[in-house]
Design a protein around this ligand. Structure first.
Ligand code: NDP
Length: 284
């Protein structure tokens, strides 16, 4: 079997073009979406992500405000900036690029962002809304994964879904979104016994372990939909958490890395920013 490639780049372009049209309509009625992107330090991967987010804003017509702070920024300084952005009417969405330098407690920062500007959906308010099935903002990477699952043509309802990874950013919210669509969901992690066996049950397998080519074709049920969230840099090359060559022989549909989930995450962030602007103006 040779799997259908779920082209995240193409799907994300479609979504961004729809958002561009929407934003030009919103501007006609006086709604001007704005996103503040805060980068602390010099992590090269974070710089790449921030630049992609800025480019996406430009394409769609969202105003982006960039704050590049030095590595030695204190937690107090960052908290003050977040408070300023919370109060700034031109800023509808606030994104603080993670990871942060070690002197800054990430949780304290996330908890200070106004939940209605929390376009990453990391604030406990938004996490709670996702848990109760009534989200304000969908978490970007998991929501991007769901778009690609839909693209595969599979109906999640009643399907065995396995999420490998239980981080707050990907694994856990991913499980909630699959559950919301009536999947039967199993979450795996580093203490899971017989991971291979569990993965092999999956009709839909989402890999988010952060280990290059960890999921092999032998761990995949024939015909499964395989979504690879992983981004691992090996000698300058980017590879996913799935061994693409063996997995694409077994799966019915699979995402490539790069060009799969990565661009979808950015498209979903843009969608949340536009939604944040609409929410703001509907309350103003
Ligand atoms: P984390 O490191 O926070 O979480 C990794 C998870 O994988 C943990 O829950 C861990 O288990 C689990 N894990 C690690 N080793 C094993 C193992 N041997 N068997 C089973 N489970 C294991 O990573 P993230 O969730 O933040 O990210 C995952 C991957 O996705 C990374 O490659 C990251 O770069 C990528 N990513 C991609 C994005 C995109 O836009 N495409 C966005 C965000 C992340 P335990 O909890 O027990 O330690």
């Amino acid at each position: 079997m040779s799997a259908k490639i779920l082209n995240g780049k193409e799907v994300s372009e479609r979504i961004k073009t729809e958002l561009k049209d929407k934003v030009s309509e919103l501007k006609k009625i006086g709604i001007f979406p704005g996103l503040a992107v805060v980068l602390v330090g010099n992590d090269p991967a974070s710089r790449v992500y921030v630049n992609s987010k800025k480019r996406a804003c430009e394409f769609i017509g969202i105003e982006s405000f960039e704050y590049a702070l030095p590595e030695e920024t204190t937690e107090k300084q960052l908290l003050e900036l977040v408070a300023e952005l919370n109060a700034d009417k031109k800023v509808n969405g606030i994104l603080v690029q993670l990871p942060l330098p070690e002197q800054i407690n990430e949780e304290n920062i996330i908890n200070t962002i106004n939940p209605l500007k929390d376009v990453d959906a990391f604030h406990p308010f938004n996490v709670g809304r996702i848990m109760t099935g009534n989200p304000v903002f969908l978490p970007c990477t998991p929501a991007g994964v769901m778009e690609l699952v839909h693209e595969s043509g599979i109906d999640v309802k009643g399907k065995e879904c396995v999420v490998a990874g239980r981080s707050n950013i990907v694994g856990k919210p991913q499980a909630m979104l699959l559950l919301a669509e009536h999947g039967t969901v199993t979450i795996c992690h580093s203490r899971t016994v017989n991971l291979e066996e569990v993965c092999k049950r999956a009709d839909i397998l989402v890999a988010a372990v952060g280990k290059p080519e960890f999921i092999k074709g032998s761990m995949i049920k024939p015909g499964a939909v395989v979504i690879d969230v992983g981004i691992n840099r090996i000698n300058g090359k980017i590879v996913g958490d799935v061994e693409f060559a063996s997995a694409s022989e077994v799966a019915s549909a699979i995402t490539p890395v790069p060009g799969g989930v990565g661009p979808m995450t950015i498209a979903m962030l843009m969608k949340n920013t536009v939604k944040a602007a609409e929410l703001y103006y509907s309350r103003a």
